[in-house]
Ligand binder design. Structure first.
Ligand code: SAM
Length: 249
């Protein structure tokens, strides 16, 4: 991405330094309805995807974990269970409203043990090299302007032998599912966004940004480029989403 003056924001091109502000506006707008919208849009399936993704990591009590673009903390809550209350989890996100929403939810549930919140951009992580046993990012990397920089940073802060996991929308691998998913995405999702979150544009951006995101193989190549090894992926619900895992050596 270096040397470019514009980047994509959904199907539009915007100056490189504007995307981060536009993404921030979107999550400021949807933060209050974010969890409800996820359940409505996916009929709760995002919970199964997240559980599957965290289980793939085989986490152990005592580990230090980082969830980048952690938002309202869905992945961190699952990690917390795997650690059985022993270990440290950092939820890192650029958006104060999303972090606040998640902190309130975890506080209401009485599940604050071992969790810290840090606000910042995934492109520059304020953590030392080799700090974490695992680094995750769920439905976040698509929103980052300089994806390659963020992948390098997440690899940098992993310990040797540590695991990187990315859960993200991907490209449907089952031909008959494609037109159904296409119609649902472009006709239904923005309407749900309009009626529930009162922000059609945010959900139009969601759909468009998914289409612009690299497919499973292209993204795997980006992970290798960032310095990860043993890169593999698992398609979820026919490739609507995919989990990519890689190891730092
Ligand atoms: N990981 C959570 C989940 O799976 O529910 C939240 C995902 S939400 C779709 C995307 C999150 O990425 C938002 O909370 C947003 O603030 C965050 N985000 C977007 N750009 C970011 C960046 N450059 N650095 C860090 N976080 C970012």
């Amino acid at each position: 991405m270096t040397g470019q003056s514009t980047t994509h924001f959904g199907f539009s091109e915007v100056p490189l330094n504007e995307k981060v502000h536009k993404v921030r506006q979107i999550f400021d707008s949807v933060a209050g309805n974010y969890d409800l919208m996820n359940d409505l849009m996916s009929l709760g399936v995002h919970r199964l995807w997240k559980r599957f993704a965290i289980r793939r990591l085989r986490l152990k009590p005592g580990q230090r974990l980082l969830d980048v673009a952690g938002g309202t903390g869905d992945l961190a809550r699952l990690m917390q269970r795997e650690l059985s209350g022993q270990g440290d989890i950092v939820i890192y996100d650029i958006n104060a409203a999303m972090l606040e929403q998640g902190r309130n939810r975890l506080s209401d549930e009485g599940s604050l043990t071992g969790i810290r919140w840090v606000q910042g951009n995934a492109e520059q992580l304020p953590f030392p090299d080799h700090a974490f046993h695992a680094v995750t990012i769920g439905f976040g990397i698509r929103n980052v302007t300089q994806i390659d920089a963020a992948l390098r940073e997440m690899t940098r802060v992993l310990r040797p032998g540590g695991q990187f996991m990315c859960l993200e929308f991907s490209h449907v691998a089952i031909p008959f599912l494609r037109p159904i998913y296409e119609a649902y995405s472009f006709r239904v999702l923005p309407e749900i966004g309009h009626w529930v979150a009162k922000d059609r544009d945010a959900y139009q951006y969601l759909v468009e940004s998914i289409r612009r995101f690299p497919d499973q193989e292209q993204f795997a190549a980006m992970l290798r480029e960032a310095g990860l090894y043993q890169v593999r992926h698992h398609n979820l619900t026919g490739g609507i989403a995919a989990v990519h895992i890689g190891v730092k050596v």
